[in-house]
Design a protein around this ligand. Structure first.
Ligand code: FAD
Length: 492
């Protein structure tokens, strides 16, 4: 047998899915194997004819159209760190410092999120008390957070985001502020969303400081919120960045950085099985001969991983299927600036479910990142669907366009036909970190640990944002390489 260094043959790793997670895992494996003496051959198999998964960017007549994500947060270091390693530093663009605020729809009008309000904590009370978003009764109930005792952690088990906010800040704060802000991140129903799996920092605030208002005040005094106060209202837009050519530049740079020929597009995997006699994994393709691998990273959606594993381990497939998913629709829509009445002096607006409108949010993309639209025009992104409005995915294109134009007419005074609109559907693409999520993921990992060389990466397990996906994928790659090294050491 041919020897490579001190190996009989290279280790063969197959990564299934060339979304951000699959590509980041493959990149990390190559990065590490380059600096070690072990030779690892990686193949990334992607069903679609392009890489990037839910991340895609189109360029059209001077517009930069983002079909999926439009930015990522920088207070988690892994996104920026990967961009740095890929030589993308000079491509990073910040949000426009002049307009760092967002709006919440109240009674059909756009009201600014109170300055310093971050998801559910006010770093300044005066703007909250002056805001029209909460009634006086709602504000008084919010202030009761100062005196409401801590919840006994042994009382009643895991808490949903809705229950936590209702208990500490009141129903109005949940319905009018927190629900729409959180829906913008998780596309979730707050009654189902696990606070522990998504925003555990707020649980920590309660357990440490009792009151969220006090916790925010102490944080601000210590300077921890200085950055937030400078820029933020609601979502922390001052901390978001994108890439000059659009978000798809990130998966494309990853694909370029890994060995040529590593990524195969149009290569859909049908099934995974184990050849125990040969001690290898068999990756059966929809088209073409099966591929043997010493280790596999499944970086698809959890429900796809379930389908691929059904025949091999139905119990594991069942556990993976238990992670629910929601879908969403993103409509990029452009107007001439003079067709819009509103000053668009912010990054966008979120719509509380209690407003009874058909859209979840609208982001003013060309305000957030100037340069995304030619001078004299505006590019907006409208979000529909999510766990609370799944029927939006059933609408045909005409119906979606009608809804979006009608809503933009009502909310920002858009008039006349748009320059264009582009509809991006993302069915079953957003995992829901519902109550019990952490236990579900722990059970999946326990189950997985009985197999050598079978690994999971992707947005379904350890965090939904781009930096979290990168971190989880790189950690998976690290454990895969460590496991291969241990297996070789014990075989030697
Ligand atoms: C609409 C939307 C907007 C978002 N906006 C933001 C944002 O602004 N900022 C942010 O930080 N995060 C955002 N996110 C989250 C972030 O984009 C995702 O978490 C991340 O890109 C997910 O990457 P992934 O590789 O895990 O999954 P995916 O991108 O879903 O990739 C999975 C890949 O597996 C492939 N695949 C599936 N089946 C097979 C098969 N049988 N064989 C081979 N390949 C297969 C798919 O084609 C796909 O390419 C958003 C997510 C969505 C859905």
């Amino acid at each position: 047998m041919e020897r490579v260094g001190d190996q009989a043959r290279p280790d063969r790793v197959v990564v299934i899915g060339a979304g951000l997670s699959g590509l980041a895992a493959a990149h990390r494996i190559e990065e590490r194997s380059r600096s070690s003496r072990r030779v690892v051959e990686v193949q990334v198999l992607e069903a679609k004819d392009r890489v990037g998964g839910v991340i895609w960017t189109d360029h059209e007549d001077g517009f930069t159209i983002e079909g999926g994500p439009d930015s990522f947060i920088t207070n988690k270091p892994w996104g920026l760190d990967l961009c740095h390693r890929l030589g993308l530093d000079d491509q990073l663009i910040a949000t426009d410092a002049g307009h760092r605020r967002s709006f919440v729809v109240r009674g059909g009008k756009l009201a600014p999120v109170p300055e310093g309000f971050v998801l559910m904590t006010p770093h300044r009370l005066a703007p909250l008390l002056a805001s029209p978003i909460l009634s006086w009764r709602g504000k008084l109930r919010f202030l009761m957070d100062l005196v409401i005792p801590r919840r006994d952690p042994d009382d009643g088990g895991e808490e949903s985001l809705a229950s936590f906010v209702r208990r500490r800040l009141g129903r109005e704060a949940l319905d009018r502020l927190v629900q729409p802000l959180v829906a913008g991140i998780y596309t979730a129903d707050p009654n189902d969303l696990s606070l522990r799996a998504t925003l555990p920092q707020f649980l920590a605030m309660e357990s440490e400081h009792r009151s969220l208002i006090l916790a925010a005040w102490r944080e601000s005094r210590q300077g921890g919120a200085r950055e937030l106060l400078r820029n933020a209202s609601g979502a922390r837009y001052g901390m978001f960045v994108s890439l000059a050519d659009g978000m798809e530049a990130l998966p494309r740079a990853l694909a370029r950085a890994i060995e040529p020929g590593t990524v195969r597009t149009g290569a859909a995997v049908r099934r995974i099985s184990r050849d125990e006699a040969a001690g290898v994994w068999l990756i059966e393709m929809l088209d073409g001969p099966p591929i043997e691998a010493d280790a596999v990273v499944m970086a698809t959606e959890a429900h796809v991983a379930a389908r691929l594993l059904d025949a091999h381990d139905a119990a594991l497939a069942h556990q993976l299927r238990a992670i629910p998913y929601a879908g969403s629709v993103i409509v990029n829509i452009a107007y001439r600036r003079d067709q819009i009445n509103h000053p668009l002096d912010g990054f966008g607006a979120v719509v509380p479910a209690v407003e009874g409108r058909s859209i979840l949010a609208v982001s003013f993309l060309s305000v957030k990142f100037p340069g995304r639209a030619p001078a004299g025009s505006v590019l907006m992104r409208v979000f529909l669907g999510g766990a609370m409005n799944p029927s939006a995915l059933e609408l045909d294109d005409d119906a979606i366009e009608n809804v979006v134009e009608r809503e933009l007419g009502a909310l920002v005074g858009a008039s006349g036909p748009p320059l264009f609109s582009r509809i991006g559907r993302h069915p079953r693409s957003m995992p829901q970190y519902n109550l019990g999520h952490m236990e579900r993921v722990a059970a999946i990992r326990r189950h997985l640990s009985k197999y050598a060389g079978l690994h999971l990466a992707g947005v379904a397990y350890d965090g939904v944002g781009i930096p979290d996906c990168i971190h989880a994928a790189e950690s998976t790659a690290d454990s895969l390489l460590d496991a291969l090294a241990i297996a070789h050491a014990s075989a030697a």
